[in-house]
Design a protein around this ligand. Structure first.
Ligand code: 9MR
Length: 568
């Protein structure tokens, strides 16, 4: 398929900060080695530079060149022109250039809300009736979750929350990292969020909009804890995935399924963190902070007694009816959840027993956060509060900070030699299901290192991955719906498919390139085989083009952090 010239000039389609690095990657073999930056109307040349020598892409071997116009610092709307080839999409150079994308990605959570009408006033043309308004107030306890106090088929009420992704189920494990990341964004950049307005129903109250949005899911999470023993159900779900219908048309009976250690520890971590964050809003939200801490402690105690209850969907289906076939988030190792929950409880309560139980290991490598690997979130939290810890943790802090720095250095290594010059794409392993979140979480790690060192190379690395997500990548898409001339249009997202509106719901991050997508979702149409190119903007491609809350949240963090730090 022939590509237009604009498609062959890969850049952040939203734009650039005046003082920051500005790169476009040119695919193919241009006849000349000069390039121009022109005003968007094409009339005036404002900058001329030299393309870098050609270089084969690490994965596809396709020839690439770099157009570096970082030295051009004027505000305005521009295009990059490659003589003999054509011009790029128009982009903006200005301060606050990612402000709208940062806000929209957070507003994306509003569009995922369960149990509430989304009126036109807030949702624009994507307004829709509430989903699961009744179903989630009469949820059945699945036989896999039955207890003496709550036998099978006990009815519980578990409304609110966000739909996990393109499907309409609610999963505690995935809510865990999502909430942890959004709360961390607030803890790291409170002033940025205090000034942000999202046009959501709560925008007029004194609580920052991010905390109002997070509260929608927090209140749901609280209902997922069995008050009798503190254990937390793994998920609230239909037995099987719905067809591509609007949420108010999805009325099948829902169940809470088996308690698990992963869900209970993730819950404990989120509640401990929330207790700390909402403490400052005791007047507006009386009792919330205390309730969160009580819930966190109860969950922690359940997990102490049940340290390794894994979620085993196959085993459940051998034993119980109805059979459950929705997403599993079936983590096989819960030691990292223990670390995260222990660290959050420790920082909130300052009780050394939690620190000891967290098993902080200052001699091991950190791991990139994902729904199944949350250890590093605990290390970030300890570093964030390094000035307010007891001696038990104080002694480890220099080493913890070093670990974060080393992790960031590993991410930065080799960027300059890579054809797209992004931190993303060091190896094929970055291109997994939900790779957009890999890029965004790498960005967060670099922001953490920047906060500890003030070394701008980390900030530049983080920005390279925001550029990746917004178009400087081997498929040439901006993965954030509604942002960029060539952005995801057909995400695997039931409302976007079923609502009859051409544009997808805005502010949602596609999972993005996934080397194994073809075999995983069997959506017809994949032609690419290079790991960095396997992406299909079609709604059947749930392995490369779904959206999910745990992918949106690191985008929120990254875009917001970069906005907050843009002048540094
Ligand atoms: O994000 C999850 C990914 O890491 C797994 O490889 C994949 C297959 O198990 O599942 C993804 O999570 C999905 C969840 O199970 C159900 N809701 C949609 C999620 C995103 O595709």
């Amino acid at each position: 398929q022939a590509q237009t010239s604009a498609e062959n000039i890969r850049l952040n389609q939203v734009g650039f900060y005046p003082q920051a690095e500005k790169l476009a990657i040119v695919l193919g073999e241009p006849k000349e080695n000069t390039f121009h930056v022109k005003t968007a109307d094409g009339k005036k040349t404002v900058f001329t530079g030299k393309l870098s020598p050609g270089k084969p892409n690490e994965f596809s071997q396709k020839p690439t060149r770099v157009a570096d116009f970082s030295n051009f610092k004027n505000n305005g709307r521009f295009v990059v022109e490659i003589p003999g080839m054509g011009t790029s999409y128009a982009f903006q150079i200005q301060k606050d250039v990612h402000k709208a994308a940062a806000a929209a990605s957070l507003k994306g959570f509003y569009y995922q809300r369960v149990s509430i009408n989304l009126p036109e006033k807030y949702a624009g043309k994507w307004h829709r009736p509430a989903g699961h308004a009744k179903a989630d107030t009469e949820v059945l306890v699945h036989p896999s979750a039955a207890s003496a106090q709550r036998p099978a088929n006990t009815v519980i009420s578990s409304p609110r929350g966000w739909y996990d992704a393109g499907d309409y189920n609610k999963y505690i494990v995935n809510s865990g990292i999502t909430m942890g990341t959004l709360l961390a964004a607030y803890e790291d950049f409170p002033d940025f969020f205090k000034n942000q307005k999202l046009n959501i129903p709560e925008s007029t109250n004194p609580v920052p909009d991010i905390l109002d949005e997070v509260l929608w899911n927090l209140r749901w999470m609280l209902t997922m804890q069995d008050p009798n023993d503190g254990g937390v159900y793994h998920k609230l779900t239909n037995p099987a995935f719905d067809s591509m219908i609007m949420p108010d048309k999805a009325v099948k009976t829902r169940y809470v399924v088996q308690k698990s250690t992963a869900a209970t520890l993730d819950f404990a971590a989120v509640m401990a963190q929330a207790s700390r964050v909402y403490k400052n809003y005791n007047r507006e939200l009386p009792g919330l902070s205390d309730s969160c801490l009580t819930a966190a402690v109860k969950a922690w105690e359940w997990a102490q007694k049940n340290p390794n209850v894994l979620y085993e969907q196959e085993a459940i289906n051998k034993q119980f009816e109805p059979k459950i076939t929705t997403g599993t988030y079936g983590d096989r190792n819960v030691s990292d959840e223990l670390t995260w929950a222990g660290a959050e409880l420790y920082v909130t309560t300052k009780k050394d027993t939690y620190y000891t139980a967290a098993n902080i290991n200052t001699s091991e490598k950190l791991a990139l956060p994902s729904w199944a690997q949350v250890k590093t979130l605990g290390y970030y939290t300890l570093a964030r509060f390094s000035k307010n810890l007891t001696p038990a943790a104080q002694k480890d802090l220099p080493a913890i900070k070093k670990q974060i720095g080393q992790f960031a250095d590993e991410l930065l290594a080799g960027v300059a030699e890579r054809s797209y010059r992004t931190v993303m794409g060091k190896s094929e392993r970055d291109y997994i299901w939900g790779s957009s979140a890999v890029a965004a979480n790498q960005g967060i790690a670099l922001v953490q290192a920047y906060k500890l060192t003030n070394d701008k190379k980390y900030l530049q690395g983080a920005l390279s991955n925001l550029d990746y997500l917004l178009g400087r990548n081997a498929v040439g898409y901006s993965f954030l719906t509604g942002f960029g001339k060539k952005s995801t249009m057909h995400p695997h997202h039931r409302p976007s498919v079923a609502d009859g509106i051409v544009e997808p719901v805005p502010g949602l991050l596609s999972g993005g390139t996934n080397a194994r997508a073809k075999e995983q979702d069997k959506c017809p149409g994949y032609t690419a085989t290079s790991p960095d190119e396997v992406y299909l903007d079609q709604d059947c491609s749930y392995a490369s083009n779904e959206i999910a809350i745990n992918w949106n949240s690191p985008f929120v963090y990254l875009a917001s952090a970069i906005e907050a730090l843009q002048n540094q």
